[in-house]
Ligand binder design. Structure first.
Ligand code: CTP
Ligand code: CA
Length: 225
């Protein structure tokens, strides 16, 4: 697509995007969280609106204003995110999981603030696994042509880890970022490789998160049922 020219190639399509990072509460004042800013998910929402889609954005803890033209659902925890994604995915043509979902949550929630006591070591925090939303929606597609996209931040052998994760999750596309230094967290820009289940590999050079978002839609469109 030429710069500034947007084809409505998602017109009539419903796309669901998760953005941000879940927070898993320990007590009324504390949580386990992560450093996902939500910027990539919001870029996906803006570009999808520009390309004519009906957009449901499921947002976890970003603090950003709702993007114009999108239906926004606000959630806090992974369990809430799962519920909102499954509900919206029921009639979605594509689901893009850009949110950072906490792998674990505290086993129990203290309804009162956890207090320290003189001379006492802190109690360990027991964790339990959160549901894997991407694996679940990939396994149980709402429709035959529904396209499912995941994101992964990797270190070390980034591509090998990405390929393995794509297989394990069962999604159609996996956007793989290398984490480190200036890369990814909170920045306006991103560099990635988009891996496809059919073997495709699309490198996306370092640039605005909007450009990566448009590349994701370019790869989603031909796969839509
Ligand atoms: N994801 C998800 N539910 C989870 C964990 C992750 O839906 N409980 C999604 C994320 O939104 C992302 C993709 O899965 O699109 C990959 O997340 P990642 O954390 O890289 O995958 P994990 O399977 O948790 O692998 P790791 O052990 O490397 O964290
Ligand atoms: Ca994880």
């Amino acid at each position: 697509l030429a710069r500034g020219v947007t084809e409505p190639d998602l017109a009539g399509k419903h796309v669901v995007i998760s953005a941000g990072g879940t927070r898993e509460p320990l007590d009324p004042v504390r949580y386990l969280g992560n450093r996902s800013s939500g910027k990539q998910g919001y870029a996906l929402a803006r570009t999808a609106v520009a390309r004519g889609a009906r957009v449901t954005l499921i947002e976890a803890n970003t603090g950003f204003a709702d993007p114009a033209g999108a239906d926004v659902v606000h959630v806090g925890t992974a369990v809430q995110l799962r519920e909102a994604v499954l509900k919206a995915a029921a009639d979605a043509d594509a689901v893009v999981m850009a949110a950072a979902v906490a792998d674990f949550r505290p086993e129990s929630y203290a309804t009162g603030k956890i207090k320290k006591k003189d001379g006492q070591e802190p109690a360990p925090v027991a964790l339990v696994r959160n549901p894997d939303i991407l694996a679940e929606i990939s396994a149980e597609r709402a429709g035959p042509g529904q396209v499912v996209v995941g994101f992964a931040a990797e270190t070390d052998d980034v591509l090998a880890n990405g390929r393995e994760k794509l297989r394990r999750k069962g999604c159609d596309l996996l956007v793989v970022n290398e984490v480190g230094e200036r890369k990814t967290f909170g920045s306006e820009e991103n560099e990635a490789v988009v891996l496809a289940a059919d073997g495709g590999e699309t490198p996306v050079p370092y640039g605005p998160k909007e450009a990566l978002a448009d590349t994701v839609w370019d790869l989603v469109v031909p796969r839509l049922g």
